[in-house]
Each structure stands twice: as structure tokens, then as C-alpha cells.
Design a binder for this molecule. Sequence first.
Ligand code: ADP
Ligand code: MG
Length: 324
Amino acid sequence: MEKIRVCVRKRPLGMKEVRRGEINIITVEDKETLLVHEKKEAVDLTQYILQHVFYFDEVFGEACTNRDVYMKTTHPLIQHIFNGGNATCFAYGQTGAGKTYTMIGTHQNPGLYALAAKDIFRQLEVSQPRRHLFVWISFYEIYCGQLYDLLNRRKRLFAREDSKHVVQIVGLRELQVDSVELLLEVILKGSKERSTGATGVNADSSRSHAIIQIQIKDSAKRTFGRISFIDLAGSERAADARDSDRQTKMEGAEINQSLLALKECIRALDQEHTHTPFRQSKLTQVLKDSFIGNAKTCMIANISPSHVATEHTLNTLRYADRVK
Ligand code: ADP
Ligand code: MG
């Protein structure tokens, strides 16, 4: 598997959207090609259709299930962490485009967390030497450049780079889990904390990055392999930097900065001897390990099919295109 995989997932039109008369402007041409049909007004006020063509490692249409997405994106990463590697999976896109659906999913259609958890515990069972490995989980969010522990009542956390240049999050709660069910329970609990946060200035989930790390450790608690899942802040928030009120502007600027830094850091993975600018944002700083050494990354860019979202969809596709 290559070091970076960039995929796009188109969600179906929702019932409300259909009722409002919104139309689908995205065609999944084949498993690597996607078309965007954009209506434009010409000088003489007639309309014409502009077609944009994009190529990715994998394109998922609305008929794809979370399992289909899992097999082509996260499953190879699980192999990698059992070889002692470091893996990261990002869900990128506008609010409402399907990031959380992809990561958490539903009861009938479990998301990447659940499918990865099942895979990890199955792998631990099938091989004798792996029975001495244990699964640990942590879950925190980054809001306005600050870290909050979602498994410890949103306690404020601080990242520190030690003398060996390893970034540590001091006091981050890590829980050992011994079953898929327990792991998912912890994730659901943390997710609730995310949206109903107890602090005054509450970040709704579109304004924060949620980071789940699942680590495989030996009995001396040394990390053997690790996979991180990041449900990123809504990419449309990056444009709020131009917005009116001060708080929104600040949040927008922060998100903009972190998404730009993220793009540069992922690109650097494929280019040996280039500088990785992980210090340019809190997000990339805490994910430093994801961008160096034996690391593999997958990005899933989620898009809405609706004509109403054309501008944001094109922004998402251009961002994903540049990550490669
Ligand atoms: P985001 O996390 O990017 O803001 P959500 O995951 O919350 O977006 O998705 C927005 C809405 O669209 C939700 O109601 C979700 O259930 C629905 N949805 C997203 N992706 C799909 C999909 N692939 N199939 C069916 N419904 C989806
Ligand atoms: Mg979400």
C-alpha cells in the first residue's frame, strides 16, 4: 500500500433535500473518476453546464456502504499497524457531507471505528504472539487550538515536545479495552461529550477536530502500533475567517490554518528530505508521528451531491486533489 491514499465519498441526497427540489450534480464515472456538473450563467444570461473532472485513488458513490469504504481505506491500515506501523485516517469535508456517518455510522451500517475495532480484536485472537498485545484508546478534541479530553470531562490538556522531539499530551486519559463493545461504548460516550461539552464556549462539532487513537501495546505498555481517526472540523468553517463576529472569525482562522498545515504535512510524507511543517498548527503538532517515519495516511473527502453545495464541494475536491 502506498503512503498516502486520497478517496472521495459522495453521500446520497437526503429526503428533505429532494423535497426542496435540490438536484444531484455529482457523477461517479468509474471507481477513480468523478464529475461535477456546474450550472453557470453566460453573458447573454443563458445557462450552460461546466464539467469538472477529478481523479482519486478511489471514489465511492452513494450506493457504497461503510463496509465498502472500510475495505478500501482503513483495512490496509490495520495490517500496517500490526506490522508495527503508524496509521492515520482523516474524514474531511463540509458540515453535513457525511464525515461522522463515515466514522461512526449507524446500527445497520456501522462506521470505520466499529469495523476497525472488530478487525483489531480478530487479529489479536488469531495469532498466539499477539495475545500479549492489548488495546488502548484515547479520545480528545481540538477547539480553537486547545486540547480537551473527551474521556475525562473535557479536561484541558497540553502538548509538549520532549527532549527526544516526541510530542506528548500530558495527562491524556487512556483506557484499556478488551472487547469491540467496550471500545465502541467509550467512543460513543466521548462523542456525546463532544457535542454537549460542559465548558462555557461550546464548540459544536463542526468547529472542532475530534481525534481517536487506538493503540496496540505490549504488557509493559510500550506502543507496538497505532491508528488515529480524525473527524475534522467542517471545512466550510475555514472561510469564517472573513466573518463578522470575533469568536467565529477566530475559530475560522484557526481551522483554516490547521487544514492548510495538514495538507502540507500529508504531502511531505511522500517527499523525502522535505521539511514537514507540523509546528504550524496544533492539529499537525499533536499528529507529528502521523507524518514521519513508518507512517501511512488515508484521507476520505466527504461531499454532498446537492447543487446548493457546489462551491464547498469544489473546494473539498480541490483540497483533496492537492493532498496527493
Ligand atoms: P458531517 O459529520 O460531515 O457534518 P454527517 O455525517 O452528520 O455529516 O451527515 C449529515 C447527514 O447525512 C446525516 O443525517 C447522515 O445520516 C446523512 N448521511 C451522510 N452520509 C450518508 C450516507 N453515505 N448514506 C446515508 N446517509 C448519509
Ligand atoms: Mg459530524
